[in-house]
Design a protein around this ligand. Structure first.
Ligand SMILES: CSC[C@@H](O)[C@@H](O)C(=O)COP(=O)(O)O
Ligand SMILES: [Zn+2]
Length: 262
């Protein structure tokens, strides 16, 4: 606390010390599941997986009437709750903007998942497995007829993927979620071209979301993947399942194996 002004200063990894504001209450919570805490925690975890390396990638969470967003161009694994932007979902006005920082360039893409799929969380990774899958599929190396889609079937981990990214919670006999894909289903993830600027992906990403009603993700060629879910747990586990499948697919390709057996 400043002895003369009585102002409280708050520590932040990206921002220099500054006076606390009312809007800071939106990001200060002892609840570990609060989105400001969860985004920081997830980005630290994702960094260890190579998903948000070198400032790339990110996470956004919809929480009641608010959207929580990370800053742009920062070391994502070092973010603190006080670095978060908070947007009012209805008006798209920022309720909290940390000084100096800019909101993530992925914001329009996260919003596309929230508005078009009613997602509660959207994760963007720069995983090398995702990028390699787009290169293999983009060159038609697995199936020359299907350059715009990654499809795979008969791998157990497919059962971790919902139909449409907001799966039902009902459980079928045997423990499988009814809203999830089955072992014999074919999982299809559309692939869109990259653009020079992240925000310019919005139009094609929205088109892919509309054209592929069953997908919970969109791959971006030579860039990475956007994955969403009805809540943080579903977005996270689907991102994990997909990354597993991308890695497996790349390794299968190296062994000369086909992902889809017609
Ligand atoms: C390594 S820079 C990557 C960015 O251009 C972008 O692709 C990205 O994923 C992160 O954007 P950001 O604005 O930092 O949240
Ligand atoms: Zn990116």
């Amino acid at each position: 606390m400043d002895a003369e002004t009585g102002e409280i200063t708050l520590p932040s990894s990206q921002d220099s010390n500054r006076a606390a504001t009312n809007a800071d209450a939106l990001v200060i919570s002892t609840d570990l599941d609060h989105p400001a805490n969860r985004i920081s925690e997830l980005c630290r975890l994702f960094y260890t997986l190579g998903w948000v390396t070198g400032t790339g990638g990110g996470v956004s969470i919809r929480y009641g009437p608010h959207i929580y967003l990370a800053p742009s161009g920062v070391q994502k694994e070092r973010m603190q709750p006080l670095d978060m932007f908070v947007m009012d979902y209805a008006t798209r006005q920022y309720l909290r903007r940390p000084p100096v920082l800019k909101p993530s360039a992925c914001t329009p893409l996260f919003l596309a998942a929230f508005t078009r799929r009613n997602a509660g969380c959207c994760i963007h990774t720069h995983s090398q497995w995702a990028v390699l899958v787009t290169l293999i599929c983009g060159a038609g190396l697995q199936n020359p007829q299907k350059k715009g889609v990654f499809e795979i079937k008969e791998i157990e981990q497919i059962k971790g993927i919902s139909r449409g990214g907001s799966g039902s919670d009902e459980i079928a006999e045997g423990g499988r979620k009814l809203g999830n894909l089955g072992f014999h289903d074919t999982m299809r993830i559309p692939i869109i071209d990259n653009t020079a600027h992240e925000e310019d992906l919005r139009e094609t990403l929205e088109k892919a979301i509309e054209e592929w009603p069953e997908t919970c993700a969109v791959l971006v060629k030579r860039h990475g993947v956007y994955v969403w879910g009805k809540d943080v747990a579903q977005a996270k586990t689907q991102a994990e399942s997909l990354d597993y499948l991308f890695q497996l697919a790349v390794e299968m390709h190296k062994l000369g194996l086909k992902w889809v057996h017609e």
